[in-house]
Write a protein of this length. Structure first.
Length: 68
């Protein structure tokens, strides 16, 4: 019997860093690191959880949601 991978019902969200963390508060830099970003135009695909949505909301001026 072959087990199929079940998808997360919440899905995934793809984000891209479009702003620089230079001259930003240290907490905002840490939020970017928590999202797995650090360099300009970096793209990450993460699970769409409330925690990830909160981090995106904190640095929404430096990231862009590419797809949900």
């Amino acid at each position: 019997m072959v087990k199929k991978k079940t998808k997360n019902p919440a899905g995934t969200v793809k984000i891209q860093q479009v702003g620089s963390p230079i001259r930003r508060e240290s907490k905002q830099r840490l939020h970017l690191k928590g999202l797995g970003l650090g360099k300009m135009n970096a793209v990450r695909e993460l699970e769409n959880t409330p925690e990830v949505q909160g981090l995106i909301r904190k640095v929404r001026h430096m990231v862009q949601v590419v797809s949900e």
